[in-house]
Design a protein around this ligand. Structure first.
Ligand code: SF4
Ligand code: SF4
Length: 366
């Protein structure tokens, strides 16, 4: 059976335009006829940044989806990387506090988790996931952006946010190369996908360049929805001119499970003419069957080191607060022995003052 992916043209976050586009997606996907008992709406709340920065799912999308979906019990939640900043600050900055006040749907913290088992190619792995998935179906509300490690972040990668904050950093340090992390993501998605009810990607304004937090917002003017995150991400790739082979986790998914057959319905999808994806040589390496067994060995030489540009730094200490291993001192010096290279500080800096210095192997891969 073909996987339906619904595409709706939408050129602004104006309330009526967003509601019209989401309504179209709901009707064409038959969601309007469903009545779910309990739904967790999961936006991309990566950083405590305002909607116009294009880092987080726009609150207009969250609000319209929450309003239009029929369900007895609804909650909104995500777990940001910065575990030391209060989640209330994120809710406020990202515009979700207003969404909650306007709709009466509560915002929730991801305080409790359950362990799920993943079948990795060569071992079993256990990861903690927010406890709500035991009772609630996930309505995934990602933002389409470039990503330094996974090339893009859209439907599949946004589900990584169901893992509570600190554990995300730990996993980043465990699966350090793009190849290993993408293998992990694919296994994780296989384990979690039955909990996901629908994916609706905010691609009205996407992020090109140095995503997921330091890139440039760019109009791509679509909402893209479907129940299969892989199928949805394949259509997101078409929108920004990428092939499946360009995205490590999609390539790995194809090799392990085969890609779904897709039926695109709704509006005509017109690819964006210019969308900047940072150049990466890794995909040639991924394609090499001979090199594949050595990639795990090379991973330990993969280093991407954060450096502060003190001419830009505003001494806000967001980087210091987010660091899960306290590797940044009061005078903003890095303790390289403690640092686990999770790059949470890079993602958290609101002034783009942290740059990444890559080792030779990292340069080869990214
Ligand atoms: S200093 Fe190292 S460990 Fe701390 S947030 Fe930055 S990259 Fe992660
Ligand atoms: S988050 Fe950025 S601006 Fe703030 S102290 Fe760290 S490097 Fe400086």
């Amino acid at each position: 059976m073909k996987e339906k992916v619904i595409v709706a043209r939408c050129e602004s976050y104006e309330k009526s335009a967003v509601e019209k586009a989401i309504n179209k997606i709901f009707i064409l996907s038959d969601i309007s006829n469903n009545h779910l008992d309990k739904v967790l709406f999961k936006p991309n709340m990566l950083s405590a940044r305002p909607p116009e920065d294009g880092v987080t799912t726009h609150p207009a999308i969250v609000e319209a989806t929450v309003r239009l979906l029929r369900s007895s019990k609804k909650i909104i939640g995500d777990s940001p990387a910065n575990i030391n900043k209060t989640v209330e600050l994120y809710w406020e900055k990202c515009g979700y506090k207003n969404v909650s006040e306007n709709t009466g749907v509560p915002l929730v913290k991801f305080s409790n988790s359950i362990m799920i088992e993943l079948a990795m190619p060569d071992k079993k792995e256990e990861v903690p996931v927010v406890e709500y998935i035991k009772e609630y179906k996930v309505f995934n509300l990602p933002k389409l952006k470039t990503h330094g490690l996974t090339v893009i972040t859209a439907a599949l990668k946004n589900l990584y946010g169901l893992i509570p904050g600190f554990h995300k950093s730990v996993l980043h340090s465990k699966f350090i190369s793009p190849y290993e992390f993408s293998e992990f993501l694919v296994s994780y998605y296989q384990a979690i996908k039955s909990c996901v009810f629908f994916n609706l990607v905010d691609a009205i304004i996407s992020m090109e360049g140095e995503g997921p937090s330091a890139g440039n917002p760019i109009h791509t003017d679509y909402l893209i929805g479907g129940s299969n995150a892989v199928a949805v991400d394949m259509v997101c790739c078409s929108l920004i001119g990428l092939k499946v082979e360009d995205v490590p986790y999609l390539k790995i998914y194809k090799e392990r499970y085969g890609l779904p057959e897709i039926e695109i319905i709704g509006d005509t999808l017109i690819s964006v003419k210019k969308f900047h994806i940072p150049e990466r040589k890794s995909n040639k390496i991924f394609s090499s069957k001979i090199l594949k067994p050595f990639l795990h060995l090379l991973a330990k030489y993969f280093k991407a080191i954060p450096l502060i540009d003190h001419t830009i730094c505003k001494k806000c200490y967001a980087c210091r607060e987010v660091c899960p291993v306290k590797a940044i001192s009061q005078n903003l010096k890095f303790n390289r022995k403690k640092c686990i290279n999770c790059l949470c500080c890079f993602e958290a800096c609101p002034y783009k003052a942290i740059k990444i210095k890559k080792s030779f192997i990292a340069k080869l891969f990214t």
